[in-house]
Ligand binder design. Structure first.
Ligand SMILES: Cc1cc2nc3c(=O)[nH]c(=O)nc-3n(C[C@H](O)[C@H](O)[C@H](O)COP(=O)(O)O)c2cc1C
Length: 188
């Protein structure tokens, strides 16, 4: 069965990003696909050290829990990443994770090629656009397919629970989830 992995980059396990991703996963599952939400919360994600050993190993030498997530991505056909906005950009751990995931893929079996997905940014007030663009760089250099929605994938909220009350934001995310699911279904 087609599977979409959704990765939350927030340190808050019950925070807005997780809540938004769970709603996106619900829509994807309602369309008949499998969806799993995983989180970087309680992990300390290190940056790529440019050791270039992932080409031979097919995984990262750093043992901080990211390899388990990489294996889950390898088994999936869709990959969605949600980040909280920190000082106008994606949280540092999110970029560190994406750079290492991308490096492992590019130097080994290119498991990201043809995967369908895209970024989601959650913030109290500002910085969504730059965060989305920064994360899009990961999708586009890794030969992935990114569908749109009725607005950009941005949701407003500060305290956990706020984001779910952003009606337009959540409508955008639900439609994005539907588009990911229908594109994957059509691609087979
Ligand atoms: C270090 C830090 C920096 C932040 N910077 C921004 C920012 O630049 N713009 C903004 O609108 N919100 C900012 N916020 C607020 C978070 O983006 C917001 O609370 C978001 O809902 C957190 O998502 P989460 O609940 O998934 O962790 C910041 C929060 C923290 C902890």
């Amino acid at each position: 069965m087609l599977k979409v992995l959704l990765l939350s980059g927030s340190p808050r396990i019950h925070g807005n990003t997780m809540q938004v991703l769970h709603e996106c996963a619900r829509v994807i599952e309602a369309a008949g696909l499998t969806a799993e939400v995983v989180s970087l919360a309680e992990k300390r994600i290190e940056s790529c050290t440019a050791c270039y050993q992932c080409g031979e190993r097919g995984c990262c030498v750093i043992d901080d829990g990211l390899n388990e997530i990489i294996e889950k991505i390898r088994e999936s056909q869709g990959f969605i990443v949600g980040t909280p906005v920190y000082f106008g950009g994606p949280r540092g751990d999110v970029l560190a994770a994406l750079q290492r995931i991308g490096m492992v893929s590019r130097s080994s079996d290119r498991f990201l090629t043809g995967m369908v997905g895209g970024p989601i940014a959650v913030a109290r007030r500002g910085g969504h656009t730059i965060s989305l663009l920064e994360m899009l760089m990961f999708y586009l250099i890794n030969d992935m397919v990114v569908p749109g929605s009725t607005y950009w994938n941005m949701v407003f909220g500060h305290q956990p629970g706020d984001a779910l009350a952003d009606e337009e934001g959540m409508k955008t995310i639900r439609h994005f989830g539907e588009n990911v699911a229908s594109l994957l279904t059509r691609l087979g």
